[in-house]
Design a protein. Structure first.
Length: 321
């Protein structure tokens, strides 16, 4: 057996011409924790703290800032004006970079994606938001289905299965139109998934149709990793399949007990405590174009909501990927 020192090993590689490729590979390897190495902030979707948003929004923002979060994504206007929200965020040293805005008319005070987009864009500029994401599709008026008593959220899964290719294409066209109008006002636009978008429509899924039929100049996607995984997707493969179409991600973890489905079911857990391989997911997301990273957790919570936010942050901030 021949023993080589590190210097001797490198000299041997140099003699064989292999040192240069190895050196180049080493330079591309992660150096330290993922988020620190990318100079990327870890954000949080405030829906995670939904029990506090109506009663103690100030406390919610103060809490996530103390944990270390630098950016937030809002689930709505939360009963405040954009100026009031901006004041709270500024006071605690966090930036609001993302917003979920519903596929509805909204109100004069808080317009939706089918409402006054000029007013919406102006509000987002006050907040400092760069990306608006539709949190879900709207139910088509011609779908011909009615909600059964006690059906709850499962209704939208039935709707998704009944959409068919043409309705998914129509939705993709509407997303493109919204994105075009928002881009003209300086705001980027995208779509956030659950798991029902992975319902079959012909030889594709609804998600496939939305991505391929929408215009990439005006529509990007925020991949909710937890919901996409709950639908049975290989997350790094999905990022690779549609590389360049993603700008955002919801960092959401699942217990191994989650059974693949499109019916809005999952067994959630704190990020880093579940079955998802974040050391593979985070680089795949970065390579696909993701720059907006938001932790989000679904109920039920085994720990308190703020405690879950802290557990996830500690895991993500130290993860080498």
């Amino acid at each position: 057996m021949i023993s080589l020192s590190r210097r001797g090993f490198m000299q041997a590689l140099a003699a064989s011409g292999a040192a240069a490729p190895l050196a180049a590979a080493c330079q591309t390897m992660a150096s330290g924790p993922f988020f620190a190495s990318k100079s990327a902030p870890i954000g949080i979707q405030l829906y995670t703290l939904s029990d506090m948003l109506a009663t103690n929004l100030e406390g919610a923002i103060s809490g996530v800032a103390k944990i270390g979060y630098k950016t937030v994504e809002i689930p709505s206007y939360m009963g405040k004006t954009p100026a009031q929200l901006r004041e709270i965020f500024n006071r605690h040293g966090v930036k609001c970079t993302g917003a979920h805005i519903g596929m509805n008319l909204g109100t004069e005070a808080a317009p939706g994606l089918r409402g006054d987009l000029n007013k919406l864009a102006a509000d987002m500029h006050i907040l400092g938001v760069t990306h608006v994401y539709a949190p879900s599709m709207a139910i088509p008026t011609d779908i011909g289905l009615t909600q059964n008593p006690g059906e709850g959220y499962a209704y939208i899964s039935r709707v998704a299965e009944a959409m068919g290719e043409e309705r998914w294409k129509k939705l993709a066209a509407e997303l493109t139109d919204i994105g075009r109008k928002l881009k003209a006002n300086g705001i980027a636009f995208g779509y956030h998934n659950h798991n029902f978008e992975f319902a079959k429509a012909g030889n594709r899924t609804g998600y496939d149709i939305m991505v391929t039929e929408s215009d990439p100049a005006f529509v990007s996607f925020e991949l909710d990793v937890g919901w996409a995984a709950a639908a049975g997707n290989d997350i790094p493969a999905l990022f690779a399949k549609y590389s360049g179409r993603y700008t955002g991600i919801h960092l959401k973890d699942l217990k191994a007990s989650t059974v693949p489905n499109i019916n809005l079911k999952m067994d959630p857990t704190e990020v880093g405590s579940g079955k998802l391989d974040w050391a593979k997911i985070l680089p795949a997301a970065w390579n696909a174009g993701v720059r907006n990273y938001y932790l989000e957790q679904e109920p039920p919570f085994e720990e308190g909501r703020m405690e879950a936010a802290e557990i996830g942050y500690k895991y993500l901030s130290t993860l080498v990927a």
